[in-house]
Design a protein around this ligand. Structure first.
Ligand SMILES: [Mg+2]
Length: 112
């Protein structure tokens, strides 16, 4: 399923239940906070039995993004692809020589 199809699905099933504009942004922040709590549970508090909750919170964040896109009439696929192209170019031209080796080293230190 492509992003514009997900946006259409969102609008069809949840569009009538959109928050007011400002509350939609606050709902996104709330869900990002819940996602942060689940990352803490997994990474710091060793509550591995709740791993599925991380997936739920990521989905909640995405639903909130779809809501904001619906409210502000943003074509998520278009803006994503445009931004991704810019970030990829920057990664190829700037980050590969400086940042990537450092990040690889940090992942090995922190994530293993
Ligand atoms: Mg949630």
């Amino acid at each position: 399923m492509e992003l514009h199809e997900l946006q259409r699905l969102y609008k069809e099933h949840l569009g009538e239940a959109n928050h007011p504009r400002l509350a939609a942004y606050i709902a996104l922040v709330e869900e990002v906070g819940e996602l942060a709590q689940e990352v803490l549970n997994l990474e710091i508090y060793d509550k591995n039995e709740k791993a599925n909750l991380l997936q739920d919170e990521i989905a909640d964040v995405f639903i909130c993004i779809l809501e904001l896109c619906d409210i502000y009439r943003i074509d998520l696929e278009s803006v994503f692809l445009e931004k991704f192209r810019k970030v990829s170019e920057k990664a190829r031209n700037e980050w590969c020589n400086s940042l990537t080796p450092l990040l690889k080293q940090k992942r090995e230190q922190i994530d293993t």
